[in-house]
Design a protein. Sequence first.
Length: 628
Amino acid sequence: MSKKIWEQNLKAMEKWYPSFADMIRNKEYTKDNVEIAIEESLDGEKIFRITKDNRQLYLGGKRNAKEPVNMWIERLGVLHKYAPVFLFGIGSGAYLKALVQNSKKEINIVAYEPSISIFLKMLEEVDLSKEIAERPIAFVVEGINEEEFEPIMRKVVAVESIGFLKEEVHPNYRGFYKEYLLKYVKLLQRMAEGIRITYNTGVLFSKDLAQNVLHNMKYICGGYNTKKLSDVIPHEGAAILVSAGPSLNKNIMELKKAKNKAFIAAVDTAMKPLLKAGIKPDVFLTIDPHKSLGLVEIAGAEKVPVIAPACARYSLIERQKGKKIFYFDGYIIPFRVYQKNKKRFYGVSNGGSVACSAFSLLYKMGFDTIILVGQDLAYTGNKTHADGTFSEKMEEKDTRNMIMVKGNYEEKVPTLMNLRTYLEWFERYIEGMKKHEDIRVINATEGGAYIKGTELMTLKSAIEEFCGEETIDFECCIEKMESEFTEAERKKAVEYLHTIPEEYEEIAQNAGILKKLYRNLGKYSQSANPDKEKCMKVLKRIKKLTKKCQSKDGFQLINVTMPSAEYIIRNEYYLETGSIAGEMREIARKGMKYSELLQACARILEDIAKDTLLPIPIGMEGDLEEEK
C-alpha cells in the first residue's frame, strides 16, 4: 500500500464529498471476500488480478492494457459538454482516468464499483488525485453508499441531457458482477425511459392542461378536497380499488357483496363495466387531461362523486352532478387559493396512472386493508382492458414481442414498459407504506402481474374475510361533507383568481420587450469581436425580465402549454458554435423565437382566464357546489 497515493486520493475526494472520504477513513464498511493482486501488463500498465470464489479474473489486458482503453475512448468519441456518463466498474481506474482526461469538466461522471475491496485497492495503488480534484466525480460503492445511486442518478439525468446519456460497463466485470451490474444498469435505463415517457406525456397533454386547470378553478373554490373526504369516511374497515384490467370480468359480480361494507373507489375506465353490472362505486377518480367522455357516458355515472387533480378534463368534471373533490397536483394557482386562506391543499402520490393516485389516496385516508381488483398491469388473456370499457368485447392483441413479467397465477405474463413502470411504483409504494404502517394489501385481481408486497386472494375470500356484517352508508357520509371554505374565504379566493388575467397581460407585454432585447443582442454579436460589455448588459436585462415573468403564478401554465418549444430551446442552449459571437447569435435567435411563443401563449391563456375566472361570482349567491 502506498500511503502517499492513499492520502492524495482521499484529500482530492474531500474537496467534493468530505462525508464520503470520512466514511473511508473511519472504516465505516465491511470488506467483501475478494483478493486483489497487483501486476504489470507487458505494455507497462498496472493491472488488477482478482480472486473470488476460487476463480481468477484480470481487470485489464494481461498483455496489452493500454490499447483497449484507447479504443474505448475512440469509440466514445467527442462527448457532449453536459453528457451524464455512468461507468459501471472502476477496476484499476484506467478507464476512469482516460474518461476524465478526454472529456470536458462539465460532464457529469458517476462511477459505480460493486466491490469495496477493489475500490479500496484502487485508492491505495493508483494516483487519481488530479482527476478526482478536477471535477465532482460521484463515486457509488457497494457496501459504503450504494443507497446513493438512485438520488445521484436522478440529479444528473434530466430531460435536457437524456439524449446525451452514456452507460459504459467495464469489459471484464461481467464475469463476477453481472447481477450487480444488471441491477443498476436496468435502474438507470428505466429511469431514462420514465423521463422520456413523462416528457412525451407532457407534450401530449400540454394542449389541454392549462385550460383544464383554469376551467376547474370554479369547482375548486367549492372547497371539497380529499382531506374533507377522509374526515367523513369511516376507515376502520377495508377499501376496494377497482381498476379496469382484463381480469375484472372474472369477478366483477362479487363486488355486489361488498357494497356498503367496504369503501369502493373506482378508476374512470372501470365505470362502465361496474354500472352495467349494477354496481355503483362510492367515488371514482380521473386524472387524464383529455380522458374520453365516452368512458363515463352511462346512466348513473354522473351521480357518482368524482375525485380529481386540477388538470383533469374539465368537460368530464363539468358533467358530474355529484360532489367534485380535488387534491393538490403541483399547480400553483389552485395551491394559492388555499394558501391565501392559510389552509393546506393536500395531495396524493402520482405514479403515472389513475390507479396509482387512487391507491395512494386510500392509504392516506387511513385504511389498514386495501383490496386490489382488476389491477392486472399486464395483457391478461392478451387483452388491454376488461370487456365493456372501450368496447363491449375487447379484442386480443399480439403480445409475442412484449416484456414478460412474473404473473399472479401464470409463470409469466406480457406487459408494456409503461405498465411495468406502474408495477414498480406499486411495489416501491407498498414497501414504503409497510415501513410506517401495519397495512395489508390484498391482490384480488385473479390474473395479471404479480405485485411484490401484496397477498394473493380471490375477491370472494377477501370480501368474506374483510367485509363484516355491519353496513355503512358511504353515500350519505359524502353528502354530509362540508366545504373547506367559509363565504369570506371563498370571496378571498375568487378575488385572487380575478387577478390572473392581468398577470397574463403583463407577461405578454414583457415578452414583447424580451424579443426586442434578444434582437439587440443579435445586432451586437454580428461582428467577429462583439462588444462584450453591451452583450452582458443586454443579457442581464434579459435575465431580470425573464425572472419577472417566471415569478408570476400564471407562468407555470405557460410552461406546461409549450413544453416542446421549451425543450428545444433549453436543449439547444447546450450546443456550441465554437465562438462567443456565434453563441450570442444563437442565443439571440432562439431567444426571439422563445419570446414570440411566450407572448402568443400568454395571450391565449389571458383569453381563457378571462372567460373562465372573471365570471366566477365573488359572493356565495353563485353557489358552485354540485348541481342538484
